[in-house]
Design a binder for this molecule. Structure first.
Ligand SMILES: [Zn+2]
Length: 499
């Protein structure tokens, strides 16, 4: 099985989002294996048009009409972008529903027609011939205000549920990342935990719901799948089997099983349950929690992971290089290089973001180049890498608009890392970085800056954990895992259902 990364729910200028479809596909290819490009298509129970709702109703209706007119063209561009073993796309579009919650339709068929229905469930049934599924998203909103309706939920048409996006986290009313969009707060009745308590069966997915054409935008939600191959057929099979999980941004690699049954599966057994979790994170592990029947069952604190790397021995380290800050609202372009000496660069992950947009605001105009940011790793070898990116002034002090790369380096404490970025130069050893981070500025004030984060030794980011459970609590016991890193990046790993 291969671990592949995607974004199945994001928006661009094909409806009421921003940025060209072509640039959105380029952005997706630069850091994902697969994506769906979703147009807003309908809202059957939209509020009536009054002076107060005119802006909302009009931008929705204009967006829906735009997709209608351009549907054949959108569908053919998405089809063209699907190249087996290189980059995989899916067809889809979105139905809003005040009563049942918003859903995006996904299909592996390039013939998927744009059809209309009164509810997401009706729409999925209508599109059954195209193997379509309906994925509930931003589920945590208040019932009747576009949050999920668990009573109407059906596993057969919704094998996965989007649990994290730019809207926030829908796992529980107390989980990190509360909802602060204009659509309002979340409500415990509409969370993942409540759905699992009601006996609903589904797997987890993350996707950005980005509205400025940047699928996979770092920190806004991504989905992982365990698929046989990087093809549409294999990834679709994995989605329908529930071999998916959600991350906020960092590509936290996880396997989770009970008695060998992988995440997303149902298992019948009278044997003791052997739980196994393997995780390779991208930062210090802060906490790992196993939930049983929607309650924390086992927890591991990152502090208990003892640093095993011995003085002088060869080890593996992760080092994050982050660029951004400053006061440039229109975008600041970077050209950067990192060189590793006395060690080897094993791999690189990118943490590139699009411009932070979640919905149109009065006065916003589409700019097709809004999502042409040049975020790209342009060269990579065992000696180092070169990359380009665009960053923006952070929208608030709690909301970053930076760009980063995460280097996996094999070496020892004497291994050196030299970073060059827009005239800045910084060289530092892994030993020094294990003691702490290093930052540097370009100008004397309000400056763009460079941050080389504290190095993370493998013993602090990789774990293999096993538990045994002999206690049957319910007819079907549900186990799932949550991983939190020190930098507040999460993975929510889909359940195994044990009867
Ligand atoms: Zn959406």
């Amino acid at each position: 099985m291969k671990l592949l990364w995607g974004d199945l729910h994001n928006h661009c200028g094909i409806t009421y989002g921003f940025g060209a479809l072509e640039h959105a596909l380029e952005a997706a290819k630069s850091q994902l294996d697969f994506c769906a490009i979703i147009g807003h298509a309908m809202w059957p129970d939209m509020p009536g048009r009054t002076d107060a709702t005119a802006f909302l109703v009009d931008f929705h209706n204009e967006g829906f009409a735009k997709l209608r007119e351009d549907w054949e063209n959108v569908r053919s561009k998405v089809k063209e972008a699907n190249i087996a073993h290189e980059f995989v796309t899916f067809q889809g579009y979105e139905i809003h529903s005040s009563a049942f919650g918003d859903h995006h339709i996904l299909s592996p068929s390039d013939e998927l027609p744009l059809e209309y229905a009164a509810s997401p469930q009706d729409l999925a049934d209508q599109l059954a011939a195209y193997d379509a599924i309906a994925v509930p998203h931003h589920i945590g909103y208040t019932p009747g205000y576009r949050g999920i309706d668990w009573e109407a939920f059906r596993s057969d048409i919704s094998p996965i549920v989007e649990v994290f996006s730019k809207h926030g986290c829908g796992m529980s009313d107390s989980s990190s990342y509360p909802y602060y969009h204009t659509m309002g707060p979340k409500d415990s009745r509409n969370t993942v935990l409540t759905g699992l308590k009601k006996g609903k069966k589904f797997s987890f997915a993350g996707s950005t719901d980005h509205h400025a054409g940047y699928p996979g935008s770092y920190g806004d939600g991504r989905v992982a799948v365990w698929a046989k191959e990087k093809t549409r057929e294999s990834i679709w099979e994995a989605i329908k089997a529930g071999r998916t999980y959600a991350v906020t941004g960092d590509k936290i690699a996880c396997r989770f099983s009970v008695n060998g049954a992988e995440m997303g599966s149902s298992l019948e057994t009278s044997e003791p349950r052997q739980l196994v979790l393997d995780a390779e994170c991208c930062d210090y592990i802060d906490k790992i929690t196993i939930y049983k029947n929607a309650k924390p069952w086992k927890a591991l604190a990152g502090e208990s992971l003892v640093r095993k790397e011995s003085q002088g021995g060869i080890g593996t380290y992760k080092v994050r290089i982050e660029l951004g800050w400053g006061s440039e609202r229109e975008g600041y372009s970077w050209k950067a290089k990192a060189r590793v000496s006395g060690g080897k660069l094993l791999s690189v992950d990118s943490c590139f973001r699009g411009q932070s947009v979640l919905a149109p605001e009065p006065g916003m105009r589409d700019n097709p180049d809004m999502n042409k940011l040049g975020n790209e790793i342009v060269a990579q070898s065992e000696e180092g890498l070169a990359w380009t990116c665009t960053t923006f002034q952070n929208p608030s002090t709690l909301h970053p608009a930076t760009a980063a790369v995460v280097l996996e380096i094999e070496g020892d404490e004497a291994t050196r890392l030299a970073v060059q970025a827009n005239g800045m130069e910084k060289e530092v050893s892994v030993g020094e970085l294990l003691e702490g981070s290093r930052s540097m500025h370009i100008h004397s004030y309000n400056s763009e800056a460079l941050l080389i984060h504290r190095a993370v030794p493998k013993s602090a980011y990789q774990v293999h954990l096993e538990w045994s459970d002999t206690e049957k609590e319910l007819e079907t016991d549900v186990y799932y895992a949550e991983i939190r890193q020190a930098n507040n990046q999460f993975a929510w790993i889909s359940p195994v259902f044990v009867s």
